[in-house]
Design a protein around this ligand. Structure first.
Ligand SMILES: [Zn+2]
Length: 285
C-alpha cells in the first residue's frame, strides 16, 4: 500500500522530481572510509557524471539531466537548473511552430557574401552580437533579400548561448490573436510569453494579404507587444518587414518611432538589393 501523507507533509511535485534525480547519490551511501566532506563531494561528482535523458540538445555541462549538483558553504547538496534548459525550451517552441528546419538551414556560415551589401550586413550583424544586443535589429525591404535568413542566423547564435529565443511569424501571430481576442486567458497565453521572452524575432511585421495596410487590430497588437519590449532594455528584439521605417511611422507613429529609436544603427533597409543567389541566376539568363 502507498504510504499516506497528511496534507502538510505531502511532497510537492518538484520535490518528488528532485528525489528521483537524487537516486544515483544513494549508491555512495555505503562507502565506509570517506570523511563526511569527501562523501558529499563524491556524491555531487557522481551525480554530475550521470547521464540524463533530456532530448533536443546534447549538453556537455549537465549530460542531459537538466540539473547540476553543487555543495553550498555549509557542505549541503543542492541542485540548480542547467542553462541548457532555456535552450531546450526554445527548441521545443521552434519545433512546435514548424520553424526548426528553417533555423537549422539559416546560419551566418551559409550567408552569401558575394555582394558588398551582404558583407556589410554580415559585419553589422557581428557588431550587434558583440555589442550585447541592447539595440533592436531591424531589416526592412523587398522579399528575396534574405531578411529572414539573416535574422534567424543571428537568433541561432543567441540560442547557442543558451538564451530563451522565440521566432514568431507576424501573420501567424495576427491570425492567432484575432481568433482568441474574446478569450482573455487564451489571448494572454499567446501574447505574454512573447512580451517577456529574452530574445524575440518578429518576422515579416505587418505582412498582410495583397499589400494591404495593417488593420487597427494589427497595430494595437504590435504596439502591445513592442511597447513592453521597448520599455525593458534587457529584452533583445529583432524585426523584419517589407515595410520600411517611414512606412511604419506613417501607419502608426508610436510604433514607428519606438522601432527607430531602439534600432538606429542596426536598422538596414534592403529595398533594391537582390539576393546573391537570385542575382547570379539572372546573370546566367
Ligand atoms: Zn545542460
Amino acid at each position: 500500500m502507498e504510504p499516506k501523507h497528511s496534507p502538510n507533509t505531502e511532497p510537492t511535485h518538484d520535490l518528488k522530481d528532485i528525489r528521483e534525480l537524487c537516486l544515483p547519490w544513494k549508491k555512495h551511501m555505503r562507502n565506509p572510509n570517506a570523511t563526511p566532506e569527501e562523501l558529499q563531494q563524491s556524491l555531487v561528482e557522481q551525480f554530475n557524471q550521470t547521464k540524463g535523458d533530456k532530448e533536443g540538445f546534447d549538453c556537455p555541462t549537465c549530460l542531459n539531466k537538466g540539473y547540476i549538483a553543487y555543495l553550498d558553504k555549509q557542505g549541503q547538496k543542492h541542485l540548480r537548473s542547467c542553462d541548457c534548459m532555456q535552450r531546450r525550451q526554445s527548441i521545443r517552441h521552434l519545433e512546435r511552430s514548424g520553424m526548426m528546419q528553417l533555423a537549422s538551414r539559416y546560419t551566418l556560415q551559409n550567408w552569401q557574401t558575394g555582394e558588398d551589401w551582404q558583407k556589410e550586413l554580415l559585419n553589422l550583424g557581428r557588431q550587434w552580437l558583440e555589442q550585447g544586443q541592447d539595440q533592436w535589429f531591424f531589416l526592412s525591404g523587398t522579399p528575396g533579400t534574405g531578411k529572414t535568413h539573416f535574422c534567424v542566423a543571428l537568433c541561432n547564435i543567441l540560442l547557442g548561448q543558451n538564451r530563451a529565443v522565440r521566432y514568431c511569424l507576424w501573420r501567424d501571430l495576427a491570425v492567432q490573436a484575432k481568433a482568441c481576442v474574446n478569450d482573455h486567458a487564451a489571448y494572454q497565453n499567446l501574447i505574454e510569453p512573447l512580451k517577456r521572452v529574452q530574445v524575440l524575432y518578429l518576422d515579416d511585421l505587418f505582412k498582410t494579404g495583397k499589400g494591404q495596410e495593417p488593420t487597427v487590430g494589427d497595430v494595437n497588437l504590435a504596439f502591445e507587444l513592442l511597447n513592453v519590449r521597448y520599455n525593458d532594455p534587457s529584452l533583445v528584439t529583432l524585426l523584419s518587414s517589407e515595410w520600411n521605417i517611414q512606412d511604419i511611422i506613417q501607419m502608426d507613429e508610436a510604433i514607428g518611432s519606438r522601432i527607430y529609436e531602439r534600432a538606429r544603427q542596426f536598422y538596414v533597409d534592403l529595398s533594391g538589393k537582390q539576393n546573391y543567389r537570385l542575382l547570379s541566376f539572372e546573370k546566367r539568363k
